[in-house]
Design a protein around this ligand. Structure first.
Ligand code: HEM
Length: 307
């Protein structure tokens, strides 16, 4: 398996190494808001942010590219990272993006696909080698085009997590953030006319009119469903439950000034939620740490890995 260091080097080789920027999802918009869980979520997990009391959140919308100056009209996945501020001062995170289905099963396939998506001539070779990825990529492709807004895409965290309730009963779930505004894209021509940074401007305008909401939808696995392969598709008849509402209320200043870094971590959970053994999920934190060390070092050379 590719090491996390090799992984971030390979990502940097595709997108360039940019001071203070994330290796991926380099360009983003920071927001604040609240999350309120439903009683159905509270019945499935004892996690403190899923009990129905409003919880403050910090949100970052992003373009998937590792270029902090990427044009918003370029084909790309978009990210929605949410951190829940828990009453004891700790945090729990959910990282989602707009690809509906995971096309890759492990870190080696991930980097191969990143390279192939960058140099499109490699894509047919990739697909010939990994035919299992074709249905997923077919579903994801139409979603890469320019969105009308960050608020008009669904976001998919993809991995399964085990939710444990107050009685200790466990159930694996997958999340989807569904936009209240509905899903909408615009033509590339229209997006170009709006400019390189239209997604931030659009979001600011939209928030001026009122909050932007997403519903947290949960798909519940059954015994025997594959919870560790992110490409597995659970049968459509598996129940879905509304787990809560995310309300994004306003843009905020970039919190990453003066050497501060704010990191979203896909395995940062709290009691009542456990990561699955999905090899991509388990791998990501170390790769993120390499990216974080690099962007922190670019800000302030005194920062060391230990700090
Ligand atoms: C092996 C697979 C993956 C690798 C190597 C990888 C790598 C990275 C890296 C290096 C960063 C920058 C971290 C930082 O500097 O803070 C990042 C950010 C991000 N990744 Fe991944 N990623 C992977 C899979 C995924 C998946 C499956 C999702 C979602 C389902 C995802 C969603 C995100 C999001 C939303 C961000 C931006 C977070 C923010 O706004 O700070 N990634 N990824």
């Amino acid at each position: 398996v590719i090491t996390p260091l090799e992984m971030v080097d390979a990502i940097n080789a595709v997108f360039g190494r940019h001071a203070r920027a994330r290796a991926l999802h380099a360009k983003g918009v920071w927001c604040k808001g609240t999350f309120v869980a439903t009683p159905e979520a509270a019945a499935l997990t004892r996690a403190v942010h899923m009990q129905g009391t409003p919880v403050d959140v910090t949100v970052r919308f992003s373009n998937g590219s590792g270029d902090p100056n990427s044009a918003d009209y370029a084909d790309d996945v978009r990210g929605l990272a949410v951190t829940f501020h828990l009453p004891d001062g700790s945090r729990a995170d959910i990282l989602g993006q707009t690809a509906r289905r995971a096309p890759v099963r492990n870190p080696d396939e991930f980097i191969e696909l990143v390279r192939a998506a960058d140099a499109r001539w490699r894509l047919p070779l990739y697909l010939a080698k990994h035919p299992h990825a074709i249905p997923a990529l077919g579903q994801n492709l139409p979603l890469l085009g320019p969105p009308a807004s960050y608020a008009t895409r669904a976001y998919y965290p993809l991995h399964a997590f085990r939710w444990l309730n107050a009685d200790g009963a466990g159930r694996f779930v997958r999340y989807t953030w569904l936009p209240e505004a509905g899903e909408a894209g615009i033509s590339r021509g229209e997006a170009r006319r709006l400019g390189r940074h239209y997604l931030r401007e659009e979001l600011a305008e939209r928030l001026g009119r009122g909050p932007v909401r997403f519903t947290l939808q949960l798909q519940l696995a059954d015994e025997g469903d594959d919870v560790n392969d992110p490409t597995s598709v659970w049968p459509a008849e598996r129940p879905t439950v509304v787990g809560g509402t995310l309300e994004v209320t306003a843009l905020t200043d970039d919190p990453e000034v003066d050497g501060q870094v704010l990191v979203f971590d896909p395995v940062r959970v709290t009691d009542g939620i456990e990561p699955s053994d999905d090899p991509i999920l388990r791998y990501r934190p170390e790769a993120y740490s390499v990216s974080v060390e690099r962007r922190a070092a670019a800000e302030s050379p005194a920062v060391t890995a230990r700090e």
